[in-house]
Design a protein around this ligand. Structure first.
Ligand code: ATP
Ligand code: MG
Length: 367
């Protein structure tokens, strides 16, 4: 059999971990990224080009069996054209929805998936309409290009909402009702060839300033798990989806409220590398290549901490029994995701107790 070749647009840490998962399976990955020193480049070759360089993307497509992406800002028109010659998974139509918060919200509503009340914002007058219908506080989010809490502001009154709108360059946005949640959860599903669907257990996620700090999984609640699985199934069936899909939820008194979805592997699934029978990265590759999916069952309980702004010293992390270290080969910058650490234990309480030194070390290093 010829070596399977996967083209990955974007060579960030997600692409890097995908290529790492592909290595033992004998999969050749090939990246396209604008940065020659992007994290994926230590694992597989990078073709250096802009994400809107149709010619370079076409050449990448010509060199691989299937195309996927670890970023969301590839022009959809180009992806659509490439998809005529080579499979692109997840499908460009679903990426087009996921990266526009308004389209994303409308899709949730259409599928009957509860989501925070919202008002589209295109000009200043919409801000008053939003205030009237949503109450305070309001979260103003740009429709496009938001990640890690960037491109959004929380406003407590009209003055601050108007200022937030100016700070976001008056770009098309949505105003969203503030959710009082007990916790944040996410569900990762994977859809393979022939509509095979599998789900990881719910993950419980803690964010600070819009950035994921830590995940503990599984979050065991059968009813929530079943509900979330039903919603992801509907989303995936709608698009004849192939690959990994993540939905982030707020868990409130009223149950699960969908926040957003990502048509890709997700930071809240990094624990699956050591904590599940098959990692989200391997399952994404299996799905897009049309291979059988791997078991998503957890291997006990897992916790993951992001290393932000500064990497902890690997030797100090690894001195903690059971700690796993992942560095992404990125240059430090405040609040930038540079790596993560994971710990797994058969027993949840014992895991939480064993975590203490790792938690303290990461908390001290992060900034
Ligand atoms: P990501 O890196 O996950 O793509 P993002 O920048 O796209 O993040 P969101 O996921 O929409 O942004 O928001 C980031 C975090 O901000 C959420 O995980 C949550 O903690 C908080 N947040 C967002 N919207 C709301 C809301 N309506 N009410 C309360 N908290 C919110
Ligand atoms: Mg999010």
């Amino acid at each position: 059999m010829a070596t399977p070749r996967v083209g990955i647009i974007g060579a960030g840490q997600l692409g890097r971990m995908m290529a790492l998962a592909g290595y033992p399976l004998g999969i050749d990955c090939l990246f396209l990224d604008s940065a020659p020193d992007a994290p994926g480049g230590q694992i597989a070759p990078i073709r250096c080009a802009a994400f809107d360089d149709a010619e370079a993307l076409g050449a990448l497509a010509g060199a691989v069996d299937v195309l996927t992406y670890d970023i969301e800002n590839v022009p959809i028109g180009i992806l659509d054209r490439l998809a005529e010659d080579v499979p692109v998974f997840p499908q460009p139509q679903v990426l087009a929805v996921a990266r526009d918060r308004l389209a994303e919200k409308r899709l949730f509503s259409e599928l009957g998936i509860p989501t925070a009340a919202f008002v589209p914002v295109g000009d200043e007058r919409d801000l008053d309409r939003a205030a009237e219908s949503l109450g305070w506080p309001i979260v103003l989010k740009r429709r496009r290009m938001g990640y890690d809490g960037r491109g959004q502001r929380v406003a407590k009154d009209s003055g601050r909402l108007a200022r937030a709108w100016r700070e976001l360059d008056e770009a098309p946005a949505i105003a969203e009702q503030w959710m009082n949640f007990d916790r944040e959860l996410s569900l990762i599903g994977v859809s393979g060839a022939d509509g095979a669907l599998m789900f990881y257990p719910l993950s419980e996620n803690v964010h600070r300033d819009g950035i994921l700090i830590s995940t503990v999984a599984p979050y065991e609640d059968e009813v929530l798990q079943r509900t979330a699985e039903r919603w992801l199934s509907e989303l995936m069936r709608r698009y004849d989806y192939r690959g990994v899909l993540t939905v982030e939820f707020f868990h409130t008194d009223a149950g699960l409220i969908a926040n957003e979805f990502a048509p890709r592997v997700h930071n809240s699934g990094h624990w699956t590398i050591e904590g599940a029978e098959t990692s989200q990265f391997e399952n994404h590759l299996r799905a897009i290549l049309g291979w059988p999916l791997g078991a998503t069952a957890p291997r006990g309980h897992a916790a993951m901490f992001n290393m932000l702004g500064k990497l902890a010293d690997p030797a100090r992390v690894l001195a903690i029994a059971g700690a796993h270290f992942h560095g992404y080969g990125k240059r430090p910058r405040p609040a930038r995701k540079l790596g993560h650490c994971t710990m797994v234990d058969a027993d949840r309480d014992r895991l939480l107790a064993r975590l203490a030194p790792l938690r303290a070390l990461i908390a001290k290093t992060n900034y």
